[in-house]
Design a protein around this ligand. Structure first.
Ligand code: A2P
Length: 283
């Protein structure tokens, strides 16, 4: 990957820009409008949104304000957990489009699996939701569909009960939390991994080991983490509301982490992250 606009190819042939701009935890209003517009001005061509972030109206305003041609932008959103099931999925998609003021999405994801810890018939609930996603896809309303936070057992059950395999799985992915089993499963089934919280919601930035490695390349720890995601064939989705960091996080195409340093980072034990387990979440 040599630039922000370089793409990876999804299993259905759609192109996805290799790095996206995350919008989680930026509040609805001017902060988000400006951050999204600044990101697009800085060259990002991939915006990652979600209904539950509560800021899709502002994300849409940021997109409009940037003046970018819609066809040149890749926009993702996610179906929230309260809207599972075929009919609700379609209605939630309409609401998201109307909030974003767009007439299609490039990618729509199921935000979290209905899971063993919370839902007795979780396999059927996920399959029913997925039927809504498949319908949107078949009807040409969305260019690609996928999931988020799905572990191999959620994916296996879903794929056994449906016609179209997810094209993407967006998971928490940063040093110390590589989710090896999920990675291997997705690789085997041609499901692209997107990395949410590539900076471990900022926790990676305190690591001395990462600081030492980043120093070798004259890069920040944030840039090292984002580059590490790219070299692990994932699509990182860093987020920032700070203009200088929005630019910094995109300057990751002028260096290459050596195989030894990649191996060292890959081997780091868990040292912090969201702590969320998809089978145990209560939201
Ligand atoms: P801010 O929005 O104030 O810039 P993650 O993407 O892993 O969830 O991490 C996001 C957090 O990391 C946000 O709190 C963001 O803060 C911060 N952040 C993003 N980019 C950088 C950076 N380049 N340097 C330091 N902190 C950053």
């Amino acid at each position: 990957m040599k630039s922000l606009t370089d793409t990876r190819t999804l299993s259905n042939g759609e192109q996805i820009p290799c790095l996206g701009f995350g919008t989680w935890q930026t509040p609805n209003g001017k902060t988000t409008v400006n951050a999204v517009a600044q990101a697009i001005t800085a060259g990002y061509r991939h915006i990652d949104a979600a209904a539950i972030y509560g800021n899709e109206v502002s994300v849409g305003e940021g997109i409009a304000q940037s003046g970018i041609n819609r066809a040149d932008l890749f926009v993702t959103s996610k179906l929230w957990n309260s809207e599972r099931g075929q009919e609700r999925t379609i209605a939630a998609y309409e609401k998201t489009l109307s909030d974003l003021k767009l007439d299609y999405l490039d990618l729509y994801l199921v935000h979290w699996p209905a899971a063993i810890g919370t839902t007795k018939n979780w396999e059927e609930v996920n399959a029913d939701t997925w039927r809504g996603m498949e319908k949107l896809y078949h009807d040409g309303r969305v260019k690609a569909i996928g999931v988020s936070n799905f572990l191999p057992h959620h994916l296996t059950a879903l794929m056994d009960m449906s016609n179209i395999a997810p094209m993407v799985n967006q998971i928490e992915f940063h040093p110390g939390q590589m989710q090896h089993e999920t990675m291997a499963f997705c690789k085997q089934h041609d499901i692209l991994i997107e990395a949410w919280s590539p900076l471990g919601t900022g926790k990676m930035l305190r690591s001395e080991s990462l600081r030492t490695i980043a120093g070798k390349y004259n890069k920040s720890v944030a840039q090292l983490c984002i580059r590490w995601c790219l070299q692990n064939d994932t699509v990182p989705l860093p987020k920032s509301a700070t203009p200088s960091r929005i630019i910094e996080n995109a300057q990751v195409f002028d260096f290459e982490i050596s195989p030894d340093d990649m191996a060292q980072i890959n081997a780091m034990p868990y040292f912090g992250g969201s702590g969320l387990n998809p089978d145990e979440i209560r939201f």
